[in-house]
Write a protein that binds this ligand. Sequence first.
Ligand code: NAD
Length: 328
Amino acid sequence: MKILVTGGAGYIGSVTAAELIAAGHQVIVLDNLYQGHAAAVPPEAVFIHADLADKAALARLFAEHPGIDGIMHFASYTLVGESMEKPLLYLRDNLVNAANLLEAAVAAGVRRFILSSTANLFDEPERMPIEPDNKIVPGSPYGESKFFIERMLHWFERIYGLRYASLRYFNACGDTPERGEDHDPETHIIPLILQVALGQRPHFTVFGDDYPTPDGTCIRDYVHVVDLASAHILAMEALDRIGSRKYNLGNGSGFSVMEVVEMCRKVTGHPIPHVIGPRRPGDPAILIASSESIRRELGWQPRYPDLESIVRSAWEWHRSRPQGYGER
Ligand SMILES: NC(=O)c1ccc[n+]([C@@H]2O[C@H](COP(=O)([O-])OP(=O)(O)OC[C@H]3O[C@@H](n4cnc5c(N)ncnc54)[C@H](O)[C@@H]3O)[C@@H](O)[C@H]2O)c1
């Protein structure tokens, strides 16, 4: 298939673009390099440096690359905390950018669409692990923007017949030897801890140790970026057969912040000093995904279900590229 990957110079998008190429698909990457890195784009992909806000650039893209079979939409503002300070980046820009993309896509006859959605839809879990049909209660303008895009997709399916899958990732993590996590600012737990092991930070700050969990720190479900990529490819290949779907993606088991710190100590051999800070507003105590439906319907099987292999893959990448892609 010929697949357009928006945000394909970013963390999850670039790994997915590389996995798509390895699986024999043709890839076009669109990215404005706001957070992404040109060096992360697989050399076999066509790279278009453009912003989703630029409708003329989108029209050009679809005119110059006819016959796109599907879109994987990773490009987004992505930070929960930032969305609580600058809500319109999320409630306006994420939505307008998605609408621009959808408008150009249906005009060009594209029939398949995969959305990067999020566990931030589930601020009030009814049961643990969280099923895809759990009540949607976005935890921030970021989560709300993903929910609105899911609703746009609902109407685009009804009106234009666009098939879609919304993949709600829990904590994306891990790296491949070629591509890894390099955000500025970095907000994700494993790279932050590994920066301490690399001597780039004096200590790691744990946001609260008084949650109702066994060690008092928050419990999250960590899912390897390569396993997210395989879920995208399975979903894209199956959309015609299964129809539109919403799947939660995680490993179905949770690890506390302190368990992640301990695993990073074991893998790196570094003492990794930590301090306890205040809770972060809006952090639920426990978030664990039920991925049962994607396993059952698409045969999704994570290759890196255990925390140790996730952290090892991240340490390999961060140790070999301590400055990330080195473009900043
Ligand atoms: N990282 C996680 O744990 C996680 C969890 C749940 C959902 N997600 C979602 O997955 C997707 C990818 O996340 P990531 O961690 O790889 O983020 P990322 O920031 O590394 O990648 C996003 C990419 O999109 C590009 N981009 C942003 N706005 C753009 C625009 N207007 N036009 C063109 N390109 C634009 C950025 O330059 C970047 O390369 C996002 O939609 C995010 O919300 C991520």
